[in-house]
Design a protein around this ligand. Structure first.
Ligand SMILES: *Cc1c(COP(=O)(O)O)cnc(C)c1O
Length: 354
């Protein structure tokens, strides 16, 4: 069956009358704002923070459009990309009826967001090399599967997924295909944003939380067909991205030098850390990474995790995930942090001998 957006959307969302503010309804530049019960005398801090922010983030979208080569109408901005994940599930999946599909081992938020919304999750696990198993995905989908979540580069495995496989799924599936590109700036291959024009069912997620260095700001992006973006705007909280976040994000996007420089340093450190870890006796495998972290299989993941924690170094134990047995996920840190990590693991090995 062909992709048909209107058929895919939940009835209550299709017929919903969204919240509308007086400021959006006013056309043209106003002189005096007495419509939103703000404090007209101003805030204790921040020049414009007494005013509600632009609900559709026009200036920020204009800038992102220029950077990403898409139309502003193809951009949704959320309170982190986690908000976009939740909204997509709520737009398309009827609680207790519909389901989403994920490809584990992968990012945990798809499953959590589905659970919160009482939406079931189907699994089509990645193959041995952490690639998409296309036949398994296509046979696991059923008539109530509304969204397929793919993560590329994948968290926690670090690898890119094949563009050919993603296209095959997007063509064969009449629901939404979400490709989460949170780590795309660290990858050796480019974004799928360029494919949006040809694929009305594709949603690409990106974020300012990783390479842009702004995890604390909470700004996530979804790129999609304008009709899908319209649905996201319809269901989002009206003021989901604060004025402080919009202004700071705009400032950051106007200066991509910091991003370029820190990505370069991260890639150099990723290589150095890969080599240093590979030389350690307790390390069995460092998986290749297109992200800013390494998946590392060790002899005793929980033992090493505990040892590092005792030295106040926190890494992520991913042993519990099928396919990631005895694996730690280690973020690439600064040069000095990585040196300290390696030294600590060397000391851990010595402590095992004595
Ligand atoms: C870190 C991460 C995100 C980012 O989420 P935000 O809400 O934008 O901070 C999204 N997807 C994946 C796979 C991630 O690892």
């Amino acid at each position: 069956m062909a992709f048909e957006l209107n058929r895919l959307v939940r009835d209550n969302i299709r017929t919903l009358t969204p919240y509308s503010s007086a400021r959006v309804e006013h056309v043209g530049d106003a002189r005096i704002y007495l419509d939103a019960n703000e404090n007209a005398f101003g805030p204790p801090v921040g020049i414009r923070l007494n005013r509600y922010p632009d609900p559709l983030q026009a200036s920020l979208k204009e800038r992102i459009a220029a950077v990403s080569g898409v139309d502003p109408l193809q951009i949704f901005i959320g309170n982190g990309s986690d908000e976009a994940i939740d909204l997509l599930i709520r737009i398309f999946c009827r609680p207790g009826v519909d389901n989403i599909l994920t490809c584990p081992p992968t990012y945990g938020m798809y499953e959590v967001a589905a659970g919160i919304n009482d939406v079931a999750v189907k699994h089509a696990r990645l193959d041995e090399g952490f690639g998409i198993d296309v036949p398994r995905v296509l046979t696991t989908i059923d008539r109530n599967t509304k969204i397929v979540f793919l993560c590329s580069p994948n968290n926690p495995t670090g690898n890119l997924l094949s563009h050919v496989s993603i296209r095959t799924i997007a063509d064969a599936f009449d629901g939404i295909v979400v490709v989460d590109e949170a780590y795309i700036h660290y990858a050796s291959r480019g974004s799928l944003v360029a494919e949006l024009a040809a694929r009305p069912n594709l949603v690409v997620l990106q974020t300012l939380s990783k390479a842009w260095g702004l995890a604390g700001l909470r700004v996530g992006l979804a790129f999609a067909d304008a009709d899908v973006i319209e649905l996201l705007n319809k269901v989002k909280p009206p003021y989901n991205v604060s004025e402080a976040a919009q202004e700071t994000a705009l400032e950051a996007l106007n200066d991509p030098r910091h991003l370029n420089e820190t990505v370069k340093r991260t890639l150099a450190e990723r290589k150095r850390l890969t080599e240093a870890l590979s030389d350690l006796v307790c390390v069995e495998r460092v998986y290749p990474s297109d992200a800013n972290f390494l998946l590392v299989r060790v002899a005793d993941a929980s033992g090493l995790h505990r040892y590092l924690a005792s030295k106040r170094i926190v890494v992520r134990d991913r042993s519990g995930l099928t396919g990631c047995e005895q694996c730690l996920r280690i973020t690439v840190g600064t040069e000095q942090e990585n040196d300290e990590l390696i030294l600590a693991i060397e000391n851990y090995e010595k402590s095992l001998i004595h």
